[in-house]
Ligand binder design. Structure first.
Ligand SMILES: Cc1cc2nc3c(=O)[nH]c(=O)nc-3n(C[C@H](O)[C@H](O)[C@H](O)COP(=O)(O)OP(=O)(O)OC[C@H]3O[C@@H](n4cnc5c(N)ncnc54)[C@H](O)[C@@H]3O)c2cc1C
Length: 465
């Protein structure tokens, strides 16, 4: 419920069209609604320019009002959810192109442009913006930068941050700061740009970004291989690396995931299939052809079936199916607690089996799928969003997952960030001085702690303050 007094006061720094008076409920949640997280805001604003963002931040800083930056609301960590009131700053109206120079492989866009639009603009000009997080039609480039989003093609091309050469950010107490730009190299100062990348709206509000593009590969050929057991699939994944094959993507789905999503797979799924690996070859036509043959060789070894489409429509069908996997998994019970732990590649099989064991210990159906080549699992516990007991068990199960990730030499988060749901968990994997530096960086940017309070906190002590 918005506060009328606050909305009136914001009217002194923003034009009326930038203040949302009706339909504010759409700005209070993200993908964590499926695990019962709902927000409450005192006002929702949609600034139409970076200056307006600066005015809102300055006003909030002056009046000690918290702000929650918001992109497309597709996050899995509750980062965009206003948990304790304050002003939600949605970036959707800030969606223009500042500059586009296809012949120089670069574009500067405003933060609210959707990921799909950035990728389409690149594609229409023979270029590729490689980051491909799965909710591209809804997520925004600002949200992708704030979470340093990955996706299937991160294996070859890296996360969103690898493609950002410059940022415009509004920082407390309400100033617009620019770092980097259209340049491809810059080691002149501390890497403030990379600090903001992945900072989940806790250091500043991204208003625009310079992005690097590359010529689009001429051809892409996916290969999906089914195995009868997890260890056979994991061995195949390691063989891809061991044979020096630079796949563009290297994904996996376990048995339960396959059960949830298999009926819409664009080819027959063998009944004995318990694991699927999807790899993709890309490059010039001849490179992609050669790599596809090599992937087929390496992946067919021990597989019970292989599906390797070559037509653009059937290739698109396979990736569309992969994009729908998360939704098919959610549909099993209406909600899910899905984490994004990372482990060293050689521990992937162990983490997949252990996810099932953790679920069983808590009486929850569990599954995992994700970005195998990056050792990044979406370890998932299925819950009904209104089942308080199951949600409480899932929270305990998630704690065990984080402990597992750290024990295996990995990380509590490879994609979704810490947000609200993983607050305090970083203390599992960093030492005291590193945690102190983490807190000092936050204080340097946001001395009053008004930017996205409660989010990305490294320790439980910080969470209690
Ligand atoms: C079906 C599905 C598939 C997905 N697949 C992937 C995947 O493959 N890889 C992956 O990494 N993620 C994936 N995600 C998660 C999600 O899409 C990403 O985290 C995405 O980057 C979030 O962007 P958003 O614009 O929706 O941000 P939001 O959810 O609105 O916000 C996320 C965080 O960023 C902050 N933020 C947003 N915009 C700004 C800004 N302009 N300035 C400062 N802070 C800001 C918010 O405060 C919040 O902390 C998936 C989600 C869904 C629903």
């Amino acid at each position: 419920v918005a506060s009328a007094a606050l909305e009136r006061d914001l009217g002194s720094v923003l034009p009326p069209e930038s203040i949302v008076l009706e339909g504010t409920a759409a700005y209070l949640g993200d993908e964590t609604e499926g695990r019962g997280l709902h927000g409450r805001a005192d006002a929702v604003v949609l600034p139409g320019s970076a200056d307006e963002v600066a005015h809102v931040l300055a006003w909030c800083y002056e009046h000690d009002v918290p702000l929650v930056p918001r992109g497309g609301g597709t996050g899995f960590a509750g980062g965009a959810v206003p948990l304790d009131g304050g002003v939600v700053v949605g970036l959707e109206r800030l969606a223009g192109i500042r500059a586009f120079e296809p012949l120089l492989w670069r574009i500067c866009v405003e933060a609210g442009m959707t990921t799909a639009t950035v990728r389409r603009l690149a594609r229409e000009n023979g270029l590729l913006f490689p980051p491909d997080p799965g909710a591209a039609e809804q997520s925004q480039i600002g949200g992708n930068i704030a979470t340093n989003a990955g996706g299937p093609h991160t294996f070859k091309y890296g996360t969103t941050g690898s493609w950002v050469t410059g940022l415009e950010v509004v920082v407390p107490p309400g100033e617009i700061v620019s770092v980097g730009g259209s340049i491809r190299k810059d080691v002149a100062g501390y890497d403030l740009k990379s600090l903001v990348v992945g900072s989940e709206g806790t250091l500043g509000i991204v208003t625009a970004a310079w992005l690097r593009l590359i010529p689009a590969p001429e051809a892409t050929f996916p290969v999906a291989a089914f195995y009868a057991a997890t260890h056979e699939g994991c061995a195949a994944i390691e063989r891809v690396l061991g044979n020096g094959l630079v796949a563009a993507a290297l994904e996996y789905l376990d048995r339960t995931t396959l059960k949830a999503a298999g009926s819409s797979f664009p080819a027959a799924v063998p009944s004995e299939a318990a694991f699927v690996v999807i790899a993709e070859a890309d490059g010039s036509r001849s490179e992609a052809d050669g790599l596809r043959d090599d992937l087929l060789d390496v992946l067919a070894d021990g597989a019970v079936a292989v599906h390797a489409p070559t037509e653009p429509s059937t290739i698109a069908e396979l990736w569309r199916w992969r994009e729908g996997v998360s939704i098919a998994v959610t549909a099993q019970r209406g909600g899910k607690v899905s984490e994004d732990i990372v482990v060293p590649l050689d521990r992937l099989g162990e983490a997949i089996e252990e996810t099932l064991a953790i679920g069983a210990r808590h009486g929850l159906p569990a599954c995992s799928f994700g970005h195998a080549g990056d050792g990044n699992l979406h370890s998932t516990f299925l819950v009904a969003p209104d089942d308080e007991d199951a949600l409480a068990e899932a929270a305990l199960a998630a704690e065990e997952l984080f402990a597992l990730a750290v024990r295996l030499g990995g990380s509590i988060s490879g994609e979704h960030g810490v947000g609200w749901v993983k607050r305090g968990q970083l203390a599992r994997q960093w030492g005291p001085r590193a945690l102190e530096l983490h807190a000092e960086i936050k204080r340097a940017f946001d001395p009053k702690g008004l930017l996205n309070p409660g989010k990305k906190l490294a320790t439980h002590e910080a969470a209690r303050i």
